[in-house]
Design a protein around this ligand. Structure first.
Ligand code: ATP
Ligand code: MG
Length: 216
């Protein structure tokens, strides 16, 4: 419903989707989304926290409402950023293709969809459900991420272009060696997480005692 309202408020020419577990959201996600928005003149970046991702065990992921609220807190200061509940409100395992098809319906054919993926995610894309359809429906933006080689990312992009004729762009974003798993480990070990993520999210983590005992 909320997606529908925001979509009809104003026509969106280019919508970028930033999918993730966001457990928790951090500056690596935010810097990436802002870089893509600027580079591709995106009208709106929609952060889509996953429901139950197929590749992560259920007990390993924080409650959907915590992840949703942290994503809202982190994005609230950017007028171009918005958060969607589409995946967290869907029952069962979440597949990206279902979300893309849903957003295509909500925003209409004229809206061009961009899907943002870090270097790690683009390597896994063929293991996602209906990758061909996914690559047909969206323009992908593969961004650099510390720990992943730029050359192997470029090679992967070229392969996907050749195999699927897909629209995949490469974008170098400011390097931030931050990951949610590292933040979770830091909280568990009582090490600082300050300056790795917005202060509001840091306070939320402390208030609700998240990640005191991680499963990693
Ligand atoms: P985890 O360590 O739990 O896997 P994560 O930090 O990788 O968490 P995700 O929610 O898994 O975060 O990632 C969502 C998307 O953001 C993915 O496409 C991922 O590649 C990208 N991403 C995450 N961190 C960065 C970063 N520091 N720089 C660039 N892209 C990133
Ligand atoms: Mg990840």
């Amino acid at each position: 419903m909320r997606d529908l309202l925001t979509a009809t408020e104003k026509k969106v020419e280019r919508l970028a989707i930033m999918g993730g577990t966001f457990d928790p959201i951090h500056y690596g996600h935010l810097v990436t989304a802002e870089a893509v928005r600027y580079q591709f003149q995106i009208n709106k970046v929609l952060f889509v926290p996953t429901g139950h991702p197929p590749h992560k065990p259920f007990f390993d992921v924080s409650h959907t409402e915590h992840r949703y609220l942290m994503t809202v807190l982190a994005t609230v200061t950017n007028p171009y950023f918005d958060v969607s509940r589409v995946e967290i409100d869907r029952k069962g395992i979440t597949y990206t293709i279902d979300t893309i098809q849903h957003l295509k319906q909500v925003y209409g054919e004229e809206t061009e969809l961009y899907f943002i993926t870090g270097a790690d995610a683009i390597h896994q894309i063929l293991s996602w459900k209906d990758p061909e359809e996914l690559l047909r429906l969206c323009t992908f933006v593969a961004v650099t991420r510390p720990g992943y080689h730029k050359n192997s990312l470029l090679k992967r992009i070229e392969e996907l272009r050749e195999q699927y004729g897909s629209k995949i762009h490469f974008l170098e974003v400011p390097s931030l060696a931050i990951s949610s798993s590292d933040i979770r480990k830091r909280v568990e070990a009582s090490r600082p997480i300050k300056y790795l993520l917005p202060e509001t999210v840091e306070n939320y983590i402390l208030k609700f005692g998240l990640y005191q005992q991680t499963q990693d």
